[in-house]
Design a binder for this molecule. Structure first.
Ligand code: BEZ
Length: 237
């Protein structure tokens, strides 16, 4: 990869880079040979994408993150009315010999409203930016929910579950993964929802809430073996 005077590094013809800002941070794709912490700009991360296939079901969709263009987000009424300039995450370089296989794997992820975009990624170590592929659920997709009231959103996440597991594990996993990336990679939207969720869990343990527990709509043992879910589980590092 060539770096020219701080400009975007040009990737080799048959390699590609992928930016993860959600579960990809802690569940890498197969066959990556470099994993780089860093950020993108111009976006805001929000739990505004309904999930019917991973952390919820078609009957009871959960909530996962998407990226919203910052200028569009600024035009919305969001109770979380600030957002970091940098959206932290992880970029993965996929080995040339595995690009076709990984693209097929990623195409599965595209289901449920996400589409492919490209954005410059800035490595945390200050090395030149990299053009990365990123999956985004844009506001025109059917699963985009728009602004959510934080307490209602935390309660929704608390009671949701899908083939990839509990929605609350996705939220808390994201909070942990972000905190581990860098001292400055925390995201107040994610932390506030996590704090609310922990409070709901604590109240639930004491029998002080009537929020419904997940009803296990999908048996994890019988989930689709050809789907990304299985790969997500086997690619844990
Ligand atoms: C992510 O982790 O960045 C991600 C994964 C699948 C779809 C969209 C985003």
């Amino acid at each position: 990869m060539a770096a020219v005077n701080g400009e975007m590094a040009s990737a080799g013809a048959d390699e590609f880079w992928l930016f993860g800002y959600g579960s990809l941070i802690w569940k890498p794709p197969p066959h990556f040979d470099r994993r780089v912490p860093g950020w993108v700009t111009g976006y805001v991360r929000r739990f505004w994408q309904a999930s019917q296939d991973h952390r919820g079901t078609p009957e009871a969709p959960g909530r996962v993150v998407t990226l919203i263009e910052r200028s569009f987000w600024a035009s919305l009424a969001d109770a979380h009315d600030s957002a970091p300039e940098k959206v932290w995450g992880t970029a993965y370089r996929i080995e040339a010999s595995h690009v076709a296989e990984v693209k097929e794997y990623l195409d599965i992820r595209e289901i449920n409203g996400y589409t492919i975009h490209y954005t410059p990624f800035h490595p945390a170590d200050g090395s030149p930016s990299i053009r990365t592929l990123v999956y985004i659920g844009t506001p025109d997709n059917d699963q985009f929910t728009g602004p959510q009231e934080p307490q209602a959103l935390a309660e929704h996440i608390y009671r949701s579950e899908g083939p990839s597991g509990l929605n609350r594990d996705y939220l808390l996993g994201l909070e942990k993964a972000l905190n581990e990336l860098s001292p400055e990679s925390g995201d107040a939207h994610v932390t506030d929802l996590s704090d609310r969720l922990r409070e709901i869990e604590a109240k639930s343990k004491k029998g002080e809430t009537d929020i419904q527990e997940p009803v296990s709509p999908v048996s994890h043992e019988f989930r689709r073996v050809s789907s990304v879910d299985e790969q997500e589980e086997t690619e844990k590092v």
